[in-house]
Design a binder for this molecule. Structure first.
Ligand SMILES: C[S@@+](CC[C@H](N)C(=O)[O-])C[C@H]1O[C@@H](n2cnc3c(N)ncnc32)[C@H](O)[C@@H]1O
Length: 234
């Protein structure tokens, strides 16, 4: 497999993800809350990165398999999870190395927005889910683009790049923007049923110094960043 984008900033991204408002106190708690009771569930973490969500689900009694297309991210996941998770180098854009109906749940945090085509990956995730299984996922909230890219076409599926700083290191991420209707129609076309859509606030245990001022002063309850979906297979 060729070197993956995340290979070049794996360590700084993982360090940022472990403590940032957006990941540690917003995205991950929201995914854990949506997953609910996972005791004994076989869960696939699609695009597991350095494995923080896998670790949280294992702590709640789940049996976790993870995969990622970045070898460097997967190495960090191995360091974090040891033998407690089954970890694979695999690409969500390609057929996955798992048998049909292997998992009770698939979780996928902040991964699908890297893919131009959603239909084949969603079909693969549906294939590996047991009947009655759930796909729980988060992606960049498409509405953010109306504010941050006012000259671009919200309604188009199009690529865009943004500059980031992870743990003090610069990085450029390239995403695929999709309007909300295109996301939901892709889920439906892949045979999923929409169970829950979530636009959560930050976790109640967020350190005050990380909170945006208008949340801290009670003026707002949440901020626009990611959108979360729970999808059913039947
Ligand atoms: C924003 S990070 C999130 C990592 C992890 N899910 C988390 O929340 O901590 C996105 C991850 O998706 C992975 N990724 C991107 N495209 C992928 C693909 N086509 N197949 C598998 N993993 C992919 C990246 O390597 C990276 O680890």
């Amino acid at each position: 497999m060729k070197a993956d984008l995340y290979d070049s900033f794996a360590e700084s991204y993982a360090a940022e993800n472990d403590s940032s408002l957006l990941n540690a106190y917003y995205e991950r708690p929201a995914m854990i809350a949506l997953a609910g009771d996972v005791e004994g569930h076989r869960i696939l973490d699609a695009g597991c990165g350095s494995g923080p969500l896998s670790a949280a689900l294992i702590a709640k009694g789940a049996i976790v398999t993870g995969f990622d297309s970045s070898a460097a991210m997967l190495d960090l996941a191995r360091q974090r999870l040891g033998d407690s998770a089954d970890l694979w180098l695999a690409d969500l854009s390609k057929p996955l190395p798992f048998a049909d109906h292997s998992f009770d749940d698939v979780v996928s945090s902040l991964v699908l927005h890297y893919l131009e085509d959603w239909l084949s990956p969603l079909a693969e995730l549906r294939r590996v889910l047991k009947p009655g299984g759930r796909l729980i996922l988060s992606v960049n909230h498409p509405t953010v683009s109306v504010i941050t890219q006012p000259d671009e076409d919200y309604f188009a599926i199009r690529q865009y790049s943004e500059d980031y700083e992870f743990d003090g290191e610069p990085a450029v991420l390239t995403f695929w923007h999709r309007p909300l209707h295109a996301m939901i129609n892709a889920f439906i076309s892949a045979g999923f049923r929409l169970v829950t859509v979530s636009e959560p606030g930050p976790s109640p245990d967020t350190p005050q110094e990380l909170l945006p001022p208008r949340i801290l002063n009670g003026e707002k309850t949440a901020f626009l960043s990611f959108i979360f979906f729970v999808l059913g297979t039947d």
